[in-house]
Each structure stands twice: as C-alpha cells, then as structure tokens.
Design a binder for this molecule. Structure first.
Ligand SMILES: Nc1ncnc2c1ncn2[C@@H]1O[C@H](COP(=O)(O)OP(=O)(O)OP(=O)(O)O)[C@@H](O)[C@H]1O
Ligand SMILES: [Mg+2]
Length: 208
C-alpha cells in the first residue's frame, strides 16, 4: 500500500501524521517504510534524532524524489504486506507524483480557517484526479465551535473525511525526534479507519 500525507498548506501535521500512522502499521505487523520527499527533510531529521537518542523509529526513513516515488508506485500500489508512507512537501512535482501513486492520501488539517481553505483546495485537486483521499482533522479541541464548524463545512462540501480526529496534545507539540511509546494519541483509531477505507474502495472498484 502507498499512503501519502499531503496538504497544500504547511504546518498542518503532515509529518507527524505520516510517522504516527507508519508506527501504527508497523505495530499491525506490516512491512513499513517511510519516504521523505520534503526538501526540509523533517521526517529524516526526526528519524536521525530518534536513532541518536537510542530509541529509533521502528521503520526506515528514506529520502525520495519524483523518480523513486514513481518506481515505488509501480511496485507497491495495492500491495497488502508492504506499506509505504510518503511524507510530502506542500507543493511541487514530487507531491503530485505521490498523489498519483497512492492507494490513499491523508490530508491532515487543523480547524483554523486558513488551513481549512487550503485543505479544500487540496481535496478538490485530489478529487479531480480521482485520487482516493480523506481529510484528517488534527490538533482539535473537543466540543468547540471551531470543530463543529469545520465538520459542518466538510459535510457541506461533500468532502471525504475521517470520523475520528486527533486531539491537540501538549506532548505531541514537542514530540519531534522521538519514537512513539504505547500511546499513539488517537492515531490508532485513524489507522483502523484508514484500513477500512482502503478495503471499501477495493470492494467497490476492485484491487489493482
Ligand atoms: N495533535 C497535535 N497536538 C499538538 N501539536 C501537534 C499535533 N500534531 C502536530 N503538532 C505540531 O504541529 C506542528 C506542525 O506539525 P508537522 O511538522 O507534522 O506539520 P507539517 O504539515 O509536516 O509541516 P511542514 O509543512 O512544515 O512540513 C509541529 O510543531 C507538531 O509538533
Ligand atoms: Mg512536514
């Protein structure tokens, strides 16, 4: 399987989501790798820091580009056992390539209005390309007006989104460079729903 984290907006939780979901997949017994396609190399730096601290990430993080992403797409799209997560920059050809070769694109966003606007731009672009995607609300504060409004907007726009959300957690704010402990801060449930979405899509359109 290939799962990319994509949003045309920066700082919305793409890298955190890629690393958390890759951890969940690894714990689920999958053969996991993460491609870092962002020139900022956040995921690679994250892996390096975790390694140096003696508690490495439980999967390899590999720098990748347009060509290596395309090759991976040919090999791994639809593969049940090997799960490749692709952490993307908020623009550029490598992001487009990752979208095209993904079984599912996760579009993380906060509930902030500026992030939501860019998120709809992202989801419309993915939808127009017939890419299976799901918007993930992260850093949410339960029972707030902004959460309610964001969900209403997702509904109004007929956007595809995860029913489960990732709460804002102080621990995650400073989490860069660490491997996850037992707690995946809500990403366990996101991973389960992600598996369901892929399964439903295969049942509807057939495995490729
Ligand atoms: N659930 C959360 N609760 C609190 N802080 C969070 C949460 N998820 C992510 N963050 C923080 O939000 C910031 C942005 O997250 P992240 O780096 O994952 O976003 P990004 O979309 O990959 O950013 P960029 O566009 O720069 O690559 C980071 O400081 C991260 O620690
Ligand atoms: Mg990032």
């Amino acid at each position: 399987m290939i799962i990319s984290t994509i949003n045309l907006k920066g700082g919305v939780g793409k890298t955190t989501t890629a690393i958390a979901l890759a951890t969940a997949a690894k714990r689920d017994g999958k053969d996991v790798e993460l491609y870092d396609t962002d020139p900022q190399s956040s995921a690679s730096l994250w892996a390096m820091m975790a390694e140096e601290s003696g508690d490495p990430l439980p999967f390899p993080v590999t720098p990748a580009n347009v060509a290596t992403v395309r090759i991976a797409g040919r090999k791994l799209k639809g593969d049940e056992d090997k799960w490749l997560f692709i952490d993307c920059p908020p623009n550029g050809r490598v992001m487009d390539e990752a979208a095209d070769c993904s079984d599912l694109v996760v579009v993380p966003t906060t509930t902030g209005p500026a992030d939501i606007v860019k998120t709809f731009e992202t989801s419309e672009t993915l939808g127009a390309k017939n890419v299976l995607y799901a918007i993930l609300l992260t850093r949410i504060i339960p029972n707030t007006l902004s959460l309610k409004q964001s969900i209403n907007e997702l509904e109004e726009r007929n956007a595809s989104y995860f029913d489960v959300q990732v709460p804002s957690r102080e621990a995650l704010k400073n989490f860069f460079g660490n491997a996850f402990g037992e707690d995946l801060y809500g990403y366990e449930a996101v991973y389960e729903q992600l598996k369901e979405s892929i399964k439903e899509d295969e049942e509807t359109y057939g495995a490729n």
